[in-house]
Ligand binder design. Structure first.
Ligand SMILES: NC(=O)c1ccc[n+]([C@@H]2O[C@H](COP(=O)([O-])OP(=O)(O)OC[C@H]3O[C@@H](n4cnc5c(N)ncnc54)[C@H](O)[C@@H]3O)[C@@H](O)[C@H]2O)c1
Length: 258
């Protein structure tokens, strides 16, 4: 998908959610020469001229080339059918896909209508490598360490494990904090077989994810830390969102990593 459509008009991108990721994405979309058609958000105000729409409806997505969801898993589930029947989707609230019905319906709708679901790497790295190895993987685990405030928990004095179990249950328990677990599960061995652990540590100012992957003849460990700036999203994700948009919207030229 290039910056301009086949008819020569600027690509039209819509956003669901106009918070930290949404605002960075809107600016980047304009820098790429594409148009921000609107942002659907029940409460946000835009200082940059972006049209804010308060409630969703199917017709909103007519004539849109890409919808970037950066709101909540609930918002994604609410809008996903209307979006995928009409256009392509880049979702960030991946915990929504821990519900098999949502995932299977999304894949079916996208296929029936000829639309793509672009899964961004978001806060972590290496999803492409995990996806490429998925047929030989035997064990995948991920440990996330965040401050209690980032996890929406009361302050504690010592680090403590607040969740351990399968990724499907982690998504139900911490839907806003384990999108990276959902991404790893989607790329690898699924929500039931991927093992999740979440640690609340009062001494950290970073979001850290340690991902361990084992398979026939391979063993990878990825250790990823990003400073928090308040809220659920660290410093890295807005940058990575821009990179993902480049790969989807731009005729790259120069170096490109595939
Ligand atoms: N995939 C990843 O690696 C990754 C990394 C970081 C964040 N995230 C997820 O991305 C999403 C956005 O993160 P953020 O930091 O920009 O959040 P944010 O809180 O800064 O912004 C979210 C925005 O969504 C809006 N919103 C809430 N309900 C809505 C609805 N029903 N419809 C439309 N808009 C709605 C809110 O008003 C807010 O403006 C979150 O779900 C977050 O967990 C994913």
């Amino acid at each position: 998908m290039a910056g301009s459509s086949a008819e020569g008009r600027a690509r039209r991108v819509a956003l669901i959610g106009y918070g930290k990721i949404g605002r960075t994405v809107a600016q980047h979309v304009r820098e790429l020469g594409c148009e921000v058609a609107f942002a659907l958000d029940p409460v946000a105000e835009a200082e940059d001229g972006t049209t804010i729409v308060r409630t969703g409806s199917p017709e909103l997505y007519e004539g849109i080339d890409l919808v970037v969801e950066c709101a909540t898993a609930t918002a994604l589930v609410e809008q996903i059918d209307d979006v995928l029947e009409r256009t392509n989707l880049m979702p960030f609230s991946l915990t929504a896909f821990s519900d098999d019905d949502v995932l299977e319906r999304a894949k079916r709708t996208a296929q029936e209508h000829g639309h793509a679901i672009y899964l961004p790497h978001g806060a972590i790295l290496g999803l492409d490598g995990i996806w490429d190895a998925r047929s030989i993987l035997t064990e995948v685990s991920i440990v996330t360490t965040k401050s209690p405030a980032s996890l929406g928990l009361a302050a504690c004095s010592e680090p403590k494990t607040v969740f351990e179990g399968c990724t499907r249950d982690a998504c139900a328990a911490f839907p806003r904090n384990v999108n990276v677990h959902a991404a790893v599960a989607l790329a690898g061995i699924g929500f039931s077989r991927t093992h999740s652990m979440i640690v609340a540590d009062p001494n950290v100012t970073t979001n850290t994810h340690v991902i361990s992957v084992k398979g026939e003849g391979i063993e990878f460990t990825l250790n990823i830390s990003s400073f928090t700036t308040g809220g659920v999203t660290g410093v890295y994700t807005p940058l990575s969102a821009c990179g993902s948009l480049d790969r989807v919207l731009k005729d790259a030229g120069g170096l490109s990593f595939v």
